[in-house]
Design a protein around this ligand. Structure first.
Ligand code: HEC
Ligand code: HEC
Length: 281
């Protein structure tokens, strides 16, 4: 029993890492071998790959230090109280989505957790590190410690984070080679789940529902043009796309599909190959 617990703990850490960074297939294979209890030894992640190893304590001093960083770099968009109403918000997107996130709302798009759940700390760390293409700069320039301080400060703005134990999406399988057969299967999945209703038959973001979509705050939100992976806000590596499809982007109009793929998660990797086959940049 004890051993099993240990394996689960390692694999959860590894999974969080993969989902948080969207990285290498080798690491994924290692983690999933551990996850499935396939007899493989659980191999700790190389420390240099994992920014989370340098995590600092979540205490009042670090929250306070996070506030100072927030006031330097985030307040312009996210506002004095974190409600997303900073002066730059007006120029960024006055009548259309997205507005800078209201951190008091407890609604988060970029998660490795089930729809409706809070993001993990690592999810927030990843978003702050990478930024959001087209809308928010990345903050790699801040030290790992300072990015953790920002995470802790953001968390302090919503009571929903208190005692939250968000459930992670289930990761089954690994990225598969983008053979013609896989892309073809992915195309069938795209048809079956009617992704085209919003994203359009060719993925150009011009499906029949495209003009009608709004986010939770009532602003018009166009579906993504799937031919432009560099515009994907949630990352474009296979592990990122897995997160987007399974977890959905809460608060936006991109649904979560984890329930639909229950038991047939393998199909998601084909779907990802299909999406990648649309890339035209
Ligand atoms: C130029 C404006 C701008 C600045 C500066 C900015 N953000 Fe954002 N941020 C946004 C926008 C816009 C969104 C919402 C994007 C969306 O919903 O697609 C967002 C969303 C977020 C989210 C939510 C992600 C999610 O999962 O929903 C976090 C966390 C975040 N920002 C943190 C920060 C932090 C921390 C800083 C400062 C270090 C910062 N932002 C600076 C514009 C900005
Ligand atoms: C009801 C409309 C709708 C349907 C159906 C839909 N999407 Fe989306 N999708 C959206 C919207 C809107 C966005 C942009 C959300 C945002 O920016 O917050 C999006 C974004 C995306 C993105 C880009 C995420 C990012 O990182 O920026 C991908 C990839 C995607 N969808 C794939 C799919 C796939 C695959 C399906 C079918 C399984 C699907 N979508 C079904 C509306 C939809």
């Amino acid at each position: 029993m004890k051993i099993r617990k240990h394996v689960q703990r390692i694999s959860r850490t590894a999974l969080t890492f993969i989902l948080a960074t969207g990285m290498s297939g080798t690491v994924i294979t290692t983690a999933l071998a551990a996850e499935g209890g396939m007899g493989a030894d659980a191999i700790p992640l190389p420390i240099e790959l994992s920014p989370f190893k340098q995590r600092i304590p979540e205490n009042a001093a670090n929250v306070e230090a996070g506030r100072a960083l927030y006031e330097r770099s985030c307040i312009w968009c996210h506002g004095v109280n974190g409600e997303g109403k900073g002066p730059v918000a007006y120029f960024l997107s006055r009548d259309t989505a997205p507005h800078p996130r209201d951190f008091t709302s407890g609604i988060y798009k970029f998660r490795s957790t089930l729809s409706g759940e809070m993001p993990t700390d690592e999810d927030l760390f990843r978003t702050i590190t990478r930024g959001i293409p087209g809308f928010m700069p990345g903050f790699r320039g801040y030290s790992t410690e300072d990015r953790w301080r920002l995470v802790y400060y953001i968390k302090s703005l919503s009571p929903d984070f208190k005692d939250a134990e968000p459930e992670l999406i289930k990761v089954v399988g690994t990225p598969i080679p983008p053979t013609a057969a896989s892309v073809q299967r992915g195309y069938q999945v795209y048809q079956k789940f009617k992704c085209w209703e919003c994203h359009g038959g060719g993925g150009a973001g011009n499906g029949k529902k495209a003009g009608t979509l709004k986010d939770d705050w009532g602003f018009r939100l166009p579906p993504r043009d799937l031919r432009r992976p560099s515009s994907f806000k949630n990352g474009n590596a296979p592990a990122d796309l897995y997160r987007t499809i399974m977890a959905g982007l809460d608060g936006g109009a991109m649904p979560s599909y984890s329930d639909f793929f229950e038991g047939s998660e393998q199909e998601v990797w084909d779907l990802i190959n299909y999406i990648n086959s649309l890339a035209a940049e």
